[in-house]
Design a protein. Structure first.
Length: 756
């Protein structure tokens, strides 16, 4: 183990010890344990803690104290250990004296900051920020009846689950929202009975990390540290033992019943349970749930074989094979390409009652990613997607989890009942994320109010209003609505930009309507999917990179790389010769059959990129660009010109897959379903007159060798792109001034990468 990892491991142990000490101090208020001050007065602090915790373990709170007691047992007796434990008791006393800290996921926050690098990478245990968790919880419990100590969902005592609960931040947020509603709605609130019901039956959580479930249980218990009989927080096995293969929560895809052998607790078989006497050893049988809240792990099998990556290579291969077999049996083959998060979505769906709600933190790629199609279909066919919330804070704040800078969304959806129709989806674009729970409550309350009349904010209606989200009088984002249907194959274009009016321009443009905020609807533009005007799209760039190598003596022509400071003009020449890699000759011939002159970028960083489509002087294959095989060279030039116009660029961005803010990718998609590049709306060449086509080619020749500036600069001070725009508009007979559109684009975070 590396030294840094050893230090992190020791710090994590210190957190768990401090956690138990805090709980001991809280118990001391009721005379159930001695105070930490009395412990410090003793000569051997380690032994004193061991004696106290042994007594507590004989009575109650095993999940909280057992792991800490095991850590103590592993520590040697020494003056340094005694001194360190003394210091921890002082810290624990300070925390226990603060009502605010006890109510927050303090230990979870610290724990996730210190997680071992490999655990973060392979388990993808992302930590949801406390304000974000509270916002998500508020939107989920809006219609819960909390007038009794058993909150009701459509008349039935509520059951909430998180299948990847980590340190319990999301479950804690649900707890707080239910407690608040109970205090407000119940004539005679009884928070003690509420606590007992929620801990024993109402709140369920599962994870494969025992340290995390320990913290989850403590976080929930500290909301009201009174004795309870048991809990529903479980640590599940992940790994291979003999012929048995354990997949953690993924095993719930097979059955709602997991036998004892699937559950861990303190090194013994059995679930993590709080018991009045001894630890209860039993399997797990899932009920159906009314609410699922989750930030599922996002590890992918497509890159570096990261799924189950914390396990030894041999075990990982066995579990990957078992997972693929399980997904195939359930008709879910292929979702593993989207990562383990997609698998967890289907687990949640399986156990969510009709009429129930699901609240998820997901990669933003879910909205348009090709590998996320089955997940989108699930929500579009079986759910009313109520909210999609996106962060546009800029810089590295595209996320809702604190230990990633990847773009994420919050999704809230209600599972449809039989014969029930869907309704409006509210898209929320946050220019600044909530800084604390009070702001989350304010934002959530505004969105719940907006949900009562969503039709007033329809993004497809050029006359509808945009809802401004305000905190302390300052605008921090915008919201609007849209009617989604199962015909929607991708959703990214509804909220690609931070500014709602830019998204309205985009949504209407995809329907062949040119709209500008100040001018309204201007005209119709003849558009058609790219699949209708080209012959084919070439092979995946990864396949090309694996097949060819740069070779000065090579006979194949290539365009290698995509440096924004080198690709300055639309017209380009091949920049390398290529030859097949060893044993790749046949593959090279197959790929070369789909060479082309027209290329579209495979990925882009919008703040620095200038051009997303180029035309080569002769056919090539490329490691960073898609080959677009057109019917003739004239079509290639017209399409490249269109894709580098402002309107063409907007439409191209509408089919992109967002990875991290303005870091985007373009995927080929499916030709029959017209997704990805196949479904990209472009100018309908077949509806152009021969004269218009001739004029467009002339415009291409006039501008193809002129250097364009990076996109933010080009929109801030329009030059070559404006020449292209004006030329196309004149040829098509469109009378419009795009200066307002340029201004909006020049300051949008998805173009600049910075705050609005």
């Amino acid at each position: 183990m590396k030294k840094n990892d050893e230090i992190k491991l020791l710090k994590t142990a210190a957190i768990l010890l401090t956690d138990a000490m805090v709980f001991q101090e809280v118990l001391a208020r009721s005379g159930l344990a001695p105070t930490l001050a009395s412990i410090r007065r003793q000569r051997n602090v380690k032994r004193a803690l061991e004696n106290v915790w042994d007594k507590i373990l004989k009575v109650n709170y095993q999940p909280i104290f057992q792991i800490a007691r095991n850590i103590l047992s592993g520590l040697p007796a020494s003056p340094n250990i005694n001194k360190a434990l003394n210091e921890l008791t002082e810290i624990a006393e300070d925390i226990a004296s603060s009502h605010v800290l006890l109510k927050h996921d303090l230990f979870g926050r610290i724990y996730h900051m210190l997680l071992l690098g490999k655990l973060v990478k392979y388990y993808a245990t992302l930590y949801t920020s406390i304000p974000v968790a509270r916002l998500l919880a508020r939107l989920l419990v809006g219609n819960i009846d909390a007038s009794s100590y058993k909150p009701k969902f459509e008349g039935e005592p509520i059951r909430v689950v998180d299948f990847a609960c980590g340190s319990g931040t999301l479950l804690s947020a649900i707890y707080k929202e239910l407690e608040l509603k109970h205090r407000l709605e119940c004539p005679n609130p009884d928070v003690g009975k509420l606590h007992k019901y929620l801990i024993e039956e109402g709140i369920w959580g599962f994870d494969v990390l025992q340290h995390a479930t320990h913290l989850a249980m403590t976080t929930l218990a500290l909301h009201n540290p009174i004795p309870v009989n048991h809990s529903r927080i479980y640590c599940l096995k992940l790994g291979v033992e003999g012929k048995n293969k354990y997949l953690g929560s993924i095993d719930f895809l097979r059955s709602s019943k997991l036998p004892i052998t699937h559950v861990l607790s303190g090194g013994k078989t059995g679930p993590i349970r709080i018991s009045e006497t001894e630890r209860e050893v039993e399997g797990v049988e899932l009920p159906d749930f009314h609410i699922c809240i989750m930030n599922p792990p996002f590890t992918r099998s497509a890159i570096g074989n990261l799924l189950f990556g914390a396990l030894p290579s041999k075990e990982r291969k066995i579990l990957l094979k078992e997972l693929n077999r399980l997904l195939s049996n359930k008709g879910l083959s292929g979702i593993g390409q989207a990562g383990s998060a997609a698998v967890f979505v289907f687990i949640a769906d399986k156990y969510l009652l009709k009429g129930g709600r699901i609240g998820l933190v997901l990669p933003r790629a879910m909205l348009s990613g090709v590998s996320w199609k089955k997940v989108r279909d699930l929500f579009l066919n079986n759910y009313h997607i109520e909210y999609i919330i996106t962060s546009f804070e800029g810089d590295n704040n595209w996320n809702f989890s604190e230990n990633t800078n990847l773009s994420e969304i919050l999704l809230v959806a209600r599972k449809l009942k039989e014969e029930e129709n869907t309704g409006y989806t509210i898209f929320v674009n946050l220019w600044r994320k909530p800084k604390n729970e009070i702001e989350s409550i304010l934002i959530g309350s505004q969105l719940l109010e907006m949900h009562k009349s969503p039709q007033l904010f329809d993004i497809a209606n050029s006359n509808a209003s945009i809802f401004s989200i305000r905190v302390k009088g300052k605008k921090i984002g915008e919201a609007y609505s849209a009617l989604l249907s199962s015909d929607d194959k991708e959703l990214g274009h509804y909220s690609f930009f931070a500014q709602a009016e830019l998204n309205r321009v985009l949504v209407l443009l995809r329907n062949s309507i040119l709209y500008l905020p100040k001018d309204g609807i201007i005209c119709h533009i003849p558009l058609t999917p790219l699949s209708n005007v080209i012959n084919d799209i070439g092979h995946d760039c990864g396949s090309i990179s694996k097949t060819f190598q740069m070779d000065d003596a090579g006979t194949y022509k290539g365009f290698w790389g995509q440096r924004s400071d080198e690709v300055l003009t639309i017209a380009q020449n091949p920049n390398t010769n290529l030859s097949p890699k060893p044993n790749k000759t046949n593959d090279a011939k197959r790929i070369w059959d789909k060479r082309s002159k027209l290329l579209i970028a495979y990925r882009a960083w919008l703040p620095t990129n200038r051009i997303l489509s180029i035309v080569l002087s002769e056919p090539v294959v490329s490691s960073m660009w898609w080959n677009i095989i057109t019917k003739d060279e004239e079509d290639a030039k017209i399409l490249a010109l269109w894709l580098n116009s402002t309107l063409g660029l907007l439409l191209l961005l509408s089919v992109s897959e967002v990875t991290r803010g303005p870091w985007i990718e373009f995927k080929k998609g499916n030709r029959q379903e017209k997704t990805g590049l196949w479904g990209l709306p472009v100018i309908n060449i077949y509806k152009l007159t021969s004269e218009q086509k001739e004029e467009l080619v002339k415009l291409y020749e006039k501008t193809c060798k002129k250097q364009l500036k990076p996109l933010p600069d080009e929109f801030a001070e329009p030059n070559v792109r404006e020449q292209i725009d004006n030329g196309i508009n004149e040829i098509l007979g469109i009378k419009v001034n795009l200066s307002d559109l340029y201004e909006m684009l020049s300051k949008d975070p998805m173009i600049t990468g910075k705050k609005i």
